[in-house]
Design a binder for this molecule. Structure first.
Ligand SMILES: Cc1cc2nc3c(=O)[nH]c(=O)nc-3n(C[C@H](O)[C@H](O)[C@H](O)COP(=O)(O)OP(=O)(O)OC[C@H]3O[C@@H](n4cnc5c(N)ncnc54)[C@H](O)[C@@H]3O)c2cc1C
Length: 466
């Protein structure tokens, strides 16, 4: 434990950053929470119209609940599925207003750099003992704050992946005004741009399904609304796999609704899709692409790109951060969530040991800790920060204890005998297709904990793609 009298910096006032703040308060440590948005939960407000798959009982952190209840807060119906806006209004905003958090909450404060006091990245002498300096900009001015530890919960929402399958924007993409990223409110605030129009949706996660289903609602109002849904993969089995077995029923239902829309011919599906260029064409836009080796040209009114997100490490340049080169998650966590190895999106519980970096007392948590892996649940982040805050205050036993039980997705809960031949986890991963489920089942049959894929071991952490 170093620099005990100093506060701890939390970057980002999303659900995980605020849960970290609540844990710190409970442990008697002063948090300073930096939030670049004008309000807490700024990312969630950008997808405020989207209903989440996990009910309230999975979305509220235990320490946050205790803190809120001490202020007279009443928890929402545990089985209700809030949307992003409700998550902010009914949970995060009251949490940010708890006096012990509010006093250290800086809104409109963007962290631009973090370093060690008096030491650049190369300097090793005295490094572990030195506190951190967090630089942030607020109202156009730069400020420095000295803290004892840094918890980076800044998410990935503001760094969407581009259209190109190679990870780069395709020619014309950056200049186009017809492309939206994430989950635009196509049936609500931006309805006029999409009603009666032809939209190309690119992506194969639940966000893409969400947009496609919302556009189908518009098709009910104006049948001229046309939806072209382009997937990089060959098929949609993996995405739709959980279905009725999904213990988060709304998520399973979304997959089933998408399947029905496909069966009814309301979605024009393009598989093995690879965009090459976007060309402005009056009010429309032409997309040059390939489906497999077949060249195609599509004229559309709008493009929605939902191909995931990536973390921003730019402000961590002066710190000794170690992330896996493939997934960009902390090295020990990465093998548990690498989509090349795990098609199921289910990983074992983890805490400080998987989230540590060569830089002492620095941690990346929340959705950013998953790097480019498209699987994360709030509850996972709550367990991460419980463990990390315990470590920061020197409660090493609690930091290494696992306290997480989450619902199963259903997509991995298969019998080992069928797993080998049928391919489990809702369809094969790009490589080692059955490795996750088979290795998991074998390990559990041998009385070990497995990789967290199946139903026999408890507790099990389940994540899902969004
Ligand atoms: C559409 C959608 C649906 C989802 N559904 C579910 C679900 O059903 N269940 C579930 O458990 N999870 C769900 N998730 C996944 C995940 O739980 C959420 O993304 C959650 O918001 C992640 O929380 P976070 O605190 O890690 O990051 P965020 O909520 O993204 O918060 C990060 C915060 O950091 C701020 N920030 C970023 N950079 C800086 C900086 N440099 N300085 C200061 N502040 C900064 C941002 O403004 C933001 O407020 C969903 C995600 C999406 C996108």
């Amino acid at each position: 434990m170093q620099n005990v009298g100093l506060p701890v910096a939390v970057i980002g006032a999303g659900p995980v950053g605020l849960a970290a703040a609540a844990r710190l308060v409970e442990r008697g440590v002063e948090p300073i929470v930096f939030e670049k948005g004008a309000s807490v939960g700024a990312s969630l407000l950008e997808w405020g119209h989207v209903r989440v798959f996990s009910p309230w009982k999975y979305n509220v952190d235990d320490a946050a609940r205790r803190l809120l209840e001490s202020q007279g807060w009443e928890a929402p119906n545990p089985d209700y599925l809030p949307n992003g806006k409700e998550l902010v209004e009914e949970y995060l905003a009251p949490l940010g207003a708890v006096p012990s958090i509010r006093v250290g909450l800086k809104l409109g404060a963007t962290v631009t750099a973090v370093t060690k006091k008096g030491l650049n990245k190369v300097s090793s002498a005295g490094r572990d003992e030195a506190p951190f300096v967090v630089r942030y900009s607020e109202d156009g001015l730069e400020h420095d704050v000295v803290v004892r530890a840094v918890i980076d919960a800044s998410g990935t929402w503001s760094q969407p992946n581009p259209m190109g399958v190679h990870g780069l924007p395709v020619p014309g993409e950056q200049a186009s005004t017809k492309i939206s990223y994430g989950i635009p409110d196509v049936a609500g605030a931006r309805r006029d741009e999409f009603l009666g129009k032809r939209t190309l949706v690119i992506g194969s996660g639940h966000s893409a399904i969400n947009v496609a289903i919302a556009l189908i609602d518009l098709q009910d109002i104006d049948p001229r609304t046309e939806i072209v849904w382009a997937l990089r993969h060959q098929g949609v089995d993996r995405l739709l796999g959980g279905g009725l077995n999904d213990q988060l029923p709304e998520r399973g239902a979304l997959g089933l609704a998408a399947k029905k829309a496909m069966d009814d011919g309301r979605l024009n599906m393009l598989t093995s899709f690879c965009a090459d260029a976007v060309i402005a064409d009056g009010d429309r836009v032409t997309v040059r692409a390939r489906t497999g080796s077949e060249p195609i040209e599509l004229a559309v009114d709008q493009i929605v790109v939902t191909t995931g997100f990536r973390p921003d490490f730019s402000f961590l340049r002066e710190l000794r951060v170690e992330v896996d080169p493939t997934v960009e998650a902390p090295s020990a966590l990465s093998p548990l969530i690498d989509p090349n190895l795990h098609s199921c999106g289910t990983v074992p519980p983890h805490g400080v040991e998987e989230l540590s970096h060569p830089e002492n007392d620095f941690f990346i948590v929340g959705s950013k800790s998953y790097g480019r892996a498209p699987t994360f649940l709030m509850k996972t982040g709550y367990e991460q920060v419980r463990s990390i805050v315990a470590e920061i205050v020197g409660d090493y036993e609690a930091a290494r204890r696992v306290e997480l039980v989450l619902p199963e997705t259903g997509v991995c809960s298969v019998d080992i005998k069928t797993a080998v031949s049928a391919g489990c986890c809702g369809g094969p991963a790009p490589a080692r297709e059955d490795a996750c489920c088979v290795a998991d089942a074998v390990a559990k049959d041998e009385g070990k904990s497995g990789c967290g894929c199946g139903t026999k071991a408890a507790p099990v952490k389940v994540a899902e793609s969004v």
